[in-house]
Design a protein around this ligand. Sequence first.
Ligand SMILES: Cc1cc2nc3c(=O)[nH]c(=O)nc-3n(C[C@H](O)[C@H](O)[C@H](O)COP(=O)(O)OP(=O)(O)OC[C@H]3O[C@@H](n4cnc5c(N)ncnc54)[C@H](O)[C@@H]3O)c2cc1C
Length: 1157
Amino acid sequence: MATLESLKRALRQKAKAIASTPEQPLSDTEYGAGFDILVGDSGWMTYQDFIVPQLSQLLIALLTSRIHISVLEIGPGPKSVLGYIPDHLRQKVRKYTAFEPNDLFATRLEEWLCCTSETESPLPHLENPPNIHRIPFALKDKIESGVSTRIGNDDERYDIVLFCHSMYGMKPKRKFIERALEMLVERPQGGMVVVFHRDVALDLDGLVCHLTASFPAGVVRVLNEDKVLDCFAPFVAGFTMQNVDVDKVRYEWRKECRALGRREEAHPDHILFSAPNIMAVFTQHATALPELTAQVPLIEGDKLVKNREARLYSPASIIRPTDVQQIQQCVQWALKHRVGLTVVGGGHSGHCLWPNVVSVDMGAFDQIHILPAGLDGGDLVSDSDPLVVVEAGCKVGNIIRKTMAAGVTVPLGAGPGVGAGLWLQGGIGHLARCHGLTCDAIIGAVVVSVDSSQVFYVGCVPSQHRPAGAVRPKNESDMLWAIKGAGTNFGIVVSVAFRTYAAPTYLTRNWVLPLSDNLDARLRLNDFDNLFARELPRNCSADAYLYWDAGRMQLGVTLFESSTTNSTSATPTPGGVIWGSEGDCKVVDGVELFETEMYVSGMHGGHGSGKTSSFKRCLFLKRIGEANVADRLVAAVESRPSPLCYLHLLQGGGAVGDIAADATAFGCREWDFACVITGVWPRDQDSTEVAQSAVRWVYNVAGDLLSLSSGVYGADLGPDPRDAALAAKAFGPNLPRLARLKRSLDPHNVLAYACPLPKTPLEQKLIILVTGKSCAGKDYCADVWVSEFIKCPNKSITARVVSISDAIKRDYATATGADLSRLLLDRAYKEQHRPELTMFFEEQVRQRPRLPEENFLNVVNGAADVDVLVITGMREEAPVAALSHLVPNSRLLEVHVQASEQTRRIRRGYHDGDNNDDGNKDGKTSESNLTPLNYSPLIFNNDTTGNEEAKRFAKHYLLPFFHEELQRLASMVRLIPDFPRPGIGFRHVLGISQQPGGLVLCTSLLRKHFTNDWAKVYAVACCEVGGIVFASALASQVGVPLLLIREAGKLPPPAVSVAKPPSNISSLASNNENEKRIEMARDVIPRGAPVVVVDDVLASGKTLCAVLELLEKTGIVAEDVSIMVVAEFPVHRGRELLRQRGFGRVNIQSLLVFGGE
Ligand SMILES: Cc1cc2nc3c(=O)[nH]c(=O)nc-3n(C[C@H](O)[C@H](O)[C@H](O)COP(=O)(O)OP(=O)(O)OC[C@H]3O[C@@H](n4cnc5c(N)ncnc54)[C@H](O)[C@@H]3O)c2cc1C
């Protein structure tokens, strides 16, 4: 299937070859007809599946720093793409300008944007009518020279400038993007120019993009009829012909379309063209490249990376640092300008270069050092064998050659030209069964952090190979763990230290077995798996190839037997018995071994003497001889699109499986064979339908085998969306940990184009409910807090304010005919409607008692993409107790904004910042109601002017929820499945104290997170073992006595006691747990003394209720008590129980919140 781009080239060539008259520009009607074909039907999928969702994401991101958006759209066509984004985003567009030179389109666009008596405008909240310029978007010099008309105010600025249709007709594209960049608002920062472009090659001559995404699966389906092709072909070519040439060219163009388009059984009347699409987003930093190239050299000449797909991309630049400091400069530059980087090792992956992204070529780091075993500065760097320090620009072949000369080796892969990507992501080779994967041999590494640009060394790195200034990072063990299998995602690796093994020689034996039919193929695979491979000792490994040659399917088998004793006598294997004597048998060393690979020497005449290109994906399989697996493997080869495609099965087991799945990041350890699905085509067919169908075949086979596989090899997976499903199965059980580490080690996503890891929401979403009386400044504070989250250094936190009362206003406007925009924006109008609005709401709740909960969930679900959601306009009393069980995976927090009556009166008069007061819980009586709250939210006193206090509040009370220490604490709570009974997932909170440093960390967090003053606390109370462990450590740290509450009968008299129902977990463990009594000493604490109750868990709240009743009996009332728990489980509604029992005014804080039991 030709791409539209190659069709365009072919059509143009054809016209040039046969026409004698000049080309004619398309008329508006001709352009419109072609455009309609392009975006109609199948072409629309690109919008639906790619452009609209990507654009929506961008707008959501923009809205974290601004309330409204202004848009300039270049060449929108008859209908802006904004018409398809979700309602809540369209409503944020306040200004819309377009340049649409096609008159017909401009008229249709204007009509579409108008609201009529029946329909609302698609952009309903524009402050002024849309501004549609019926001229092309022109460069400034053109405007100034009078070639193009100057329009409107040249100082107009926009939050987003959008090119949705491939920058049609704009050349040079870089200049147009630069012009658009000049039109971005300066404040608030973050404005962006967004380009959607057909075809991945978007050469912008060094412009650096902030973000990209690709949609390789885009297809345009065109009705195979003369009159349709006669509209479509000129549109694709970009011109038409005149006079005598019209019919001649038309005829040839139809032929060309039919020759290049693909037919599909499902659509026999259509021809299909591939229309991959790419999005590139530019910010004001797009032109920052010279700043980097002034510090770090560019590669000399053209870099020809090995991978053919990667060669198609136009990176912003490829730079070649020559020392570690220059790598640091690259990272500093990327962090400063908020752009990503790719890293080039051996250049074998399809994403080592990426369009409009700067690539860091590690080629200058090409040293290999072999060091004797022993101690270095007190560290054991290697026990018996030497170790080798390999810089990140080295290739497999060089390492083997150099180590072999010293009599040792590293277990590496089979391709001599492959680079660091192999050992950082796994490394499967013929010694894997003997010594494990390449990443298992890593004992240390030097890494430039992509968070801080610091140079770290982790594990064992001999002192002479630690760059000056390199330090051990705080999270060293995490980093070393991650490098061993997922090492392309967490930093730029400068070098690694490997343990080595004695260099072996290899005896290789080959069998080639022609297969008579599918049944024969299956039986042979079964023999290979069960009778042959399974019987092999660890020093042997068997590869199988399933391929098509000489008109039939073939099974090729190679046996590699390694030996360090120089003996050439081969271990007898069952191969001879099953298949007869092998074709050839050789003894080779590690370097010669590369040439023995069957795909290099044996199959398909050695693959056209190397004049082929390939595309691979690799899955892990068990029991390949079993019918369900073998049948699919055979079917895969049968469906090959070109004779050169094959499956390569590399044997696992042995030492690969000796290592626990979670011991290194490479989490897929349970497999018998790595199945490399290899799409191959002649090199001169690169970028043609032949190449594309081989790639499609690889993905189809991978998709088909995925459900049978026990994992996926992460190497080679990249940002291509077709890799997403495979990446989700790479790394086995380690994916959640890797996702968390990605967030902490690469928080700005500098390495955005490596093997994709799922984007974790932060450990917990934080939902802040901002409550308070009218004019206390709730909205103002909410905005300040959101911007503090967004600005939070070293974290990429997304945050947004949403008013929960907007939904009610919308319903009210529909029911009463009130003007919704004015209700939302016009304070006086809203005040006028306030009484009716309140009555309306109350009536709605009477009819639908769950309405508040529904509204709350709607707001939360609508903001699934942000880490912090700040909700204003709440009406519930004690909303955390009432609602937290609905969002059990999130931390729900109420901040009550207070201001004196006088301040509020002044603000009512002068300050319009708080324009969303209808959520005050005081309702109609808010002005006179001075009764204190009968529960205990977090209070912010907002009497001072300016935002400094609000910022300080955020720093002290809100931002700490994102502190990495809290996340570290969370990671110490293990999830134990099926405990205490099947179906229950038990969070072992008390287990924190059993982890190194766990108790110290937890105690210090309890101390720091307490929102009151420790100096005023009289005692720390605790009950049962969970509480005692944490409370006693805390009490000793803050220097107050411990108040022990124990099971009745365990404390000497005099004591007070109350009944205590079984705790949540004991009731889960046993159905007949009886109620007990708990007691405390009677006179150890004076009446009214402030007490902090510490417990490990707040679940149903029954234990804490009993404790509070006990304290009450001794004269300590709710107002004097605070509760601090290590972990809360909101599903059990503990807060609500405490409130119902009259303890609503107790201040409750929890360090962690967990969604499950
Ligand atoms: C011919 C051939 C043979 C192969 N044989 C084997 C084999 O026998 N065993 C096996 O396991 N795999 C094999 N592979 C797969 C191979 O491991 C992957 O393609 C690997 O990603 C290639 O690494 P590279 O450095 O050559 O490629 P690159 O494209 O340069 O790098 C791959 C990835 O690693 C990242 N990266 C590279 N260097 C660094 C660094 N210093 N710091 C951080 N990230 C970095 C890149 O950014 C990219 O994401 C083979 C591939 C080919 C094409």
